[in-house]
Design a protein around this ligand. Structure first.
Ligand code: PLP
Length: 401
């Protein structure tokens, strides 16, 4: 069985963690400072703040830009729980928007239509690692005086029109969750060029205390500290940062490995009528965190769920990204959303399957996936003739009725 994901960890990470464990300093300290500095340089931002998840990063970003009770924040419905739930932490309202049918990124026209006088920010997700149209989204943000907070959980490393994701929006939030493009087990990073926002997010990431704990306990530190606000407990440990530093060195190599798998899939599956391949734009750098195909259900005798089951029988682990948030019980009951409120995301949900894509996969693994998908499609193809006959039967039945 080929798992859907396996993290790429080797002796370098294990040795780095050992060093931290032997050092006597486990929590936020010099390794975290090094990780922040390396990350800041990697994306080309003025500031990088390490936190213990991307969820924490998004929460801190929205808090820092001043999202408060009664405000609205525009988020895609085609995303993970975190993107919207952080808005509700601040008693503000997540306003969902539909996606583009090919990229599954939030549609700029839908964003513009969702702006109200209460809107404070737009939170685009670079779905699967393909950057959103940041020119269009920045123009909307500028026009209405909104902040652009990027959920870049899928987008390390990625580039939009030659610019690195992490140095474009007001604040960018990254994830180092176990399945993401680099991992620290759990972890996240915030990048920004704005000194004031960086200062606020750093303060609130550790209890609103005016100095870093590690400075407090360092040889030249002092025991004295001041609590300036009621903050959060979102700091990253040196154990995690030691892993992160090693992973960051390999981030571009990992990306190239995923790119090769995406190329193998594109070449191996491109001729199948029953499958739409994920969008790509050769001018931009795609992080290829996910490889999401969309089934053309009219060309198949089976639905998405059965397709996944048949791939599992072929020894291929898959997943679905995502069940649109507006279809989830909590958001339906709290905000009154209905399944067909966002027809593009709704229709896409019935058709999407994420194939495995990670640097530990071999060329043989990728070829195995291609073979398995081809066998499942071939065994379940609905022929055009059969489909036409079925349509004719239905038309006759309608006439009779
Ligand atoms: C994984 C993910 C997150 C959350 O990341 P954590 O580090 O687990 O908090 C947020 N947004 C998207 C789109 C994600 O895929």
């Amino acid at each position: 069985m080929l798992p859907f994901h396996v993290p790429d960890i080797d002796e370098a990470e294990i040795g780095a963690v050992n060093d931290v464990l032997r050092s006597g300093w486990l929590t936020t300290g010099s390794r975290t400072q090094q990780f922040e500095e390396a990350f800041r340089q990697f994306v080309g931002s003025r500031h990088a703040i390490a936190v213990n998840s991307c969820t924490a990063a998004l929460h801190l970003a929205l808090e820092a830009i001043g999202v408060r009770e009664g405000d609205e924040v525009i988020v895609p419905t085609m995303t993970f729980a975190a993107t919207a739930e952080v808005v509700t932490y601040l008693r503000a309202r997540p306003v969902f928007v539909d996606c583009e049918p090919d990229t599954l990124n939030m549609a700029p026209a839908a964003v513009r239509a969702a702006v109200t006088p209460r809107t404070k920010a737009i939170v685009p997700v670079h779905f699967a690692g393909l950057p959103c149209d940041l020119d269009a989204l920045s123009a909307i943000a500028r026009q209405y005086g909104l902040r652009l907070i990027e959920d870049a959980a899928h987008a390390l490393p990625a580039r939009w029109h030659g610019r690195t994701i992490g140095a474009i929006g007001d604040v960018t939030c990254f994830s180092f969750y176990a399945t993401k493009t680099i991992t620290t087990g759990e972890g996240g990073m915030i990048t920004t060029d704005a000194d004031g926002l960086a200062q606020r997010m750093r303060l609130m990431s550790l209890h609103g205390i005016s100095r870093d704990g590690w400075k407090r306990y360092a040889a030249n530190g002092s025991w004295r500290y001041e609590i300036l606000d009621a903050g959060f407990k979102y700091n990253l440990t040196d154990i995690a940062s030691a892993i992160g530093l090693e992973q960051l060195h390999k981030a571009e190599r990992f990306r190239q490995a995923r790119q090769r798998i995406a190329d193998t899939y594109d070449h191996g599956l491109g001729d199948l009528d029953a499958i739409d391949l994920p969008a790509r734009r050769d001018a931009d750098v795609h992080a290829w965190h996910l490889y999401v195909v969309q089934l053309r259900l009219e060309g198949l005798r089976i639905g998405r769920d059965a397709f996944i089951e048949e791939l599992r029988r072929e020894g291929v682990g898959t997943s679905v990204h995502f069940i649109p948030l507006h279809m989830q019980p909590h958001y339906r009951s709290t905000f009154g959303y209905a399944a067909d409120d966002f027809p593009v995301a709704h229709a896409a949900f019935d058709r999407i399957v994420s194939l495995p894509i990670y640097s530990k996969m071999t060329a043989a693994d990728a070829a195995h996936v291609v073979g398995a998908v081809r066998r499942v499609v071939t065994a379940n193809r609905r022929t055009v003739a059969k489909a036409a006959r079925a349509a004719a039967v239905a038309a006759r039945a309608a006439e009779v009725a």
